[in-house]
Ligand binder design. Structure first.
Ligand SMILES: NC(=O)c1ccc[n+]([C@@H]2O[C@H](COP(=O)([O-])OP(=O)(O)OC[C@H]3O[C@@H](n4cnc5c(N)ncnc54)[C@H](O)[C@@H]3O)[C@@H](O)[C@H]2O)c1
Length: 343
């Protein structure tokens, strides 16, 4: 599908990832509408776009049938990113909010069929992978797409809702002819992300000079932190190349332990202190890293931003834009367990 000249809807387009996607779509010549209720997204992420007319912005709750209908109307392509979602602290400790994604996704997909939308691209997640296979931090495990199969064992209600959306799109493609692509994002970071995501929490702690420096879990958890620029390019490639709702992993294959990431943050920021672990805090599965060969094969995509480089850029952005007193308040008020209200 061609992006240039296409009428696009980005749900959740005022979010961290959504706003970067909007920028890239506009650069490629799309006509972009954003629908967002600003529950965790922020208008600031869209800069002057809603004012200068480069984006049509609709503030609405897409769980309302009329709002979903109005947002979808007249669109050829939908990137569906709106979700009740936060960092690990939120996903582990809140089930009711993420459960509402079942209604949100269902409505958006149904309206897409009704309106004759050509394709839906869905922001899925590594949280669809079975918890039971991600329990050994020492295993050299790379998650391949077909590992998501019965018996399903998704990560909290957030992960179950992502999984149900993927399965719904597969069924809608088969039975209603709706074209779709599902992108499984893995631990995304970069400019505009909030402190409730692990990498940003680390940068924030260094920024305010936290001593000792706290990490959640024992620090041995393995992740593949993936830069938002790579997520955006993979999502657009999926829109161009996948029609049959095949899910693809968008993640690097760099295996990084949380403790190593923290050490890099300390080194790059010049913050010299001891690291302390908080094993009682939420960590999620201890071993979650994508295998990205399918995305290479189907999309010709591969991540371009190595973690060290992406971390450097994210630290530079954070230090250039944040205020220490405000960041102290954010960390103090327990925001790491919440969605992080728009600010
Ligand atoms: N950040 C990650 O590491 C990651 C990993 C996997 C998947 N994802 C998915 O990527 C998408 C974007 O996530 P993000 O991290 O950029 O930020 P986010 O979770 O804050 O983005 C969600 C956006 O949807 C909006 N929204 C929520 N409920 C809504 C509703 N009912 N109606 C209208 N708008 C609503 C929010 O205001 C926000 O702008 C989400 O679907 C998320 O689940 C993110």
């Amino acid at each position: 599908m061609k992006i240039d000249g296409c009428n696009v809807l980005v749900t959740g387009g005022a979010s961290f990832i959504g706003s970067h996607l909007v920028d890239a779509l506009i650069e490629r010549g799309a006509r972009v509408r954003v629908a967002d209720n600003l529950s965790s997204g922020s208008l600031a992420n869209l800069g002057r776009r809603p004012v200068d007319g480069s984006v049509e912005f609709i503030e609405c709750d897409l769980r309302e049938p009329n709002a979903a209908r109005a947002a979808v109307d007249g669109r050829q392509l939908i990137f569906h990113l709106a979700a009740d979602h936060g960092g690990r602290g939120y996903v582990d400790t809140h089930q009711a909010g993420p459960a509402s994604n079942l209604a949100l996704d269902g409505l958006v997909f149904r309206e897409a069929v009704r309106a004759g939308v050509e394709k839906v691209v869905y922001a899925s997640s590594g949280c669809v992978y079975p918890n039971r296979i991600q329990g050994d931090a020492d295993e050299e495990l790379f998650l391949t797409e077909e590992m998501v199969r019965p018996p399903y064992d998704a990560d909290n209600l957030y992960g179950w809702a992502k999984l149900m959306a993927e399965l719904t799109l597969r069924a809608y493609h088969a039975e209603f002819g709706l074209n779709a692509a599902c992108c499984r994002y893995f631990t995304v970071y970069g400019p505009r992300a909030k402190e409730n995501l692990a990498v940003l929490a680390m940068i924030a702690r260094a920024f305010i000079g936290e001593k000792p420096f706290e990490i959640w879990g024992d620090g041995r958890q393995v992740r593949n932190f993936t830069h938002v620029d790579d997520i955006v390019s993979g999502t657009i490639a999926a829109a161009e190349k996948i029609d049959d709702a095949t899910p693809v992993n968008l993640g690097t294959m760099e295996r990084i332990r949380v403790r190593e990431a923290a050490e890099m943050v300390l080194e790059m920021t010049g913050h010299d202190t001891e690291i302390v672990t908080r094993p009682e805090m939420p960590t999620g599965p201890v071993n979650r890293v994508a295998d990205n060969r399918l995305a290479k094969e189907l999309l010709g995509w591969q991540p371009q931003v190595a973690f060290r480089e992406g971390l450097r850029r994210t630290i530079d952005w954070y230090y250039a834009t944040k205020n220490r007193e405000k960041v102290r308040q954010v960390l103090k008020r327990g925001a790491l367990l919440e969605r992080g209200p728009a600010r």
